[in-house]
Design a protein around this ligand. Structure first.
Ligand code: SF4
Length: 360
């Protein structure tokens, strides 16, 4: 998706092509009350207030609050605005609303399902796969998704600041097999544009690095995060850049987000999506078809459909492998191949994600 970037020497700052940006506000540099970090500061943190705002009866409050002790509620207003008022089963609400099931133990569900602590070789780095390394550039997110496989991750031990960047970059410099830097988290776009720019500029000095991948959900929950500064940073760096978004339901796409994504795409940034298959949220054929079509219409290629990672507190989201395979097969029969994401699961200790295919 997206067209290729021009050669580095021909790349100019995107401000020279106002067509791309004229409709976006560069809120990263202004005190605009709608700036993304101000929107983030006003995110909902209380179950009661969230449900009341949606005109949904407040039930099981004590249990929901108990679930929040382990993993707090955090939902920015633009994401709440995409929910249907009065609908307790809204697919966006179900992704963020603490439930009593989170307090139940379930067989096979553990705190670190991917055994990431074994790949967490150095503060801020997870090195699992050949050729690429994952950098936990930020330990925070703009939203807390209840199914998150890192909900128990030892972020406190991986809280990195600018002083830790050199150690990370040294690690990458010393391994010439690493061609790709994956910025993850938490959410790497929690960093300010200026911080991101500095990190990327330092990474550009490592000659064997070719590609930069950013895994983020932030623009989906606060579309204002796609600033012109961010677009410029990615457009003008020497790396081939991809943004892997995390969108689980077509209802998560809104006009402001689509406009921002269009600007990124026009700036030569490849846009991919990975979704998680979630029970009662997107585990039916119609919802998956709608998602793939909506993603492609927004310039995003459906890339992965993940089975849930079996993390403690998320068993109620689980879709069995058998049901997932049947759904995926139905998708293949209904959509063009490029609209069907790869169905995958992640298994600790494996050298890649495991693709799942129905064997008839
Ligand atoms: S945005 Fe991603 S990392 Fe953050 S809570 Fe949601 S799933 Fe987890």
């Amino acid at each position: 998706m997206g067209f290729s970037k021009p050669a580095p020497e021909k790349r100019a700052m995107i401000t020279e092509t106002p067509l791309v940006i004229e409709s976006l506000t560069d809120i990263s540099q202004s005190p605009d009350p709608d700036s993304w970090n101000q929107v983030l500061a006003g995110a909902a943190k209380k179950v009661e207030a969230l449900l009341k705002q949606l005109n949904i009866p407040v039930t099981e409050l004590t249990l929901r609050q108990q679930a929040c002790l382990d993993f707090p509620l955090l939902v920015p207003q633009p994401f709440i605005d995409k929910m249907e008022k009065g609908n307790a089963q809204d697919p966006l609400l179900l992704q963020v609303l603490p439930q009593r099931e989170e307090l139940e133990a379930a067989e096979g569900f553990i705190n670190d399902p991917l055994a990431e602590k074994h790949s967490n070789l150095q503060k801020g780095i997870i090195h699992k796969y050949h050729g690429r390394v994952l950098v936990l550039l930020s330990t925070g997110c703009a939203i807390n998704c209840r199914y998150c496989f890192r909900r128990h991750f030892a972020y406190s031990e991986n809280r990195i600041g600018k002083n830790d960047w050199q150690g990370i970059l040294d690690y990458v410099s010393q391994d010439p097999t690493i061609e790709e830097l994956i910025l993850s988290g938490g959410d790497p776009l929690m960093l300010s544009d200026q911080q991101l720019k500095k990190f990327i500029q330092q990474a550009e000095a490592i000659p064997h690095l070719q590609r930069l991948r950013i895994h983020t959900r932030l623009p989906v929950v606060i579309p204002q995060r796609i600033t012109t500064t961010l677009i410029n940073i990615l457009h003008s760096c020497r790396f081939s850049c991809a943004i892997v978004l995390h969108i689980n339901h077509s209802q998560e796409l809104d006009p402001i987000l689509i406009k921002g994504l269009d600007s990124l795409r026009r700036a030569g940034i490849t846009l991919l999506n990975q979704a998680v298959l979630l029970r009662d949220i997107n585990d039916n054929l119609e919802t998956q078809i709608d998602l793939s079509k909506a993603l492609f219409a927004a310039g995003i290629l459906p890339y992965y459909l993940h089975l849930l990672d079996k993390v403690t507190g998320a068993h109620h989201f689980n879709v069995s492998e058998k049901d997932a395979l049947v759904l995926h097969q139905q998708l293949l029969l209904k959509l063009s191949g490029y609209l069907v994401p790869k169905l995958v699961k992640e298994e600790s200790g494996k050298g890649s994600k495991t693709p799942l295919v129905l064997i008839s």
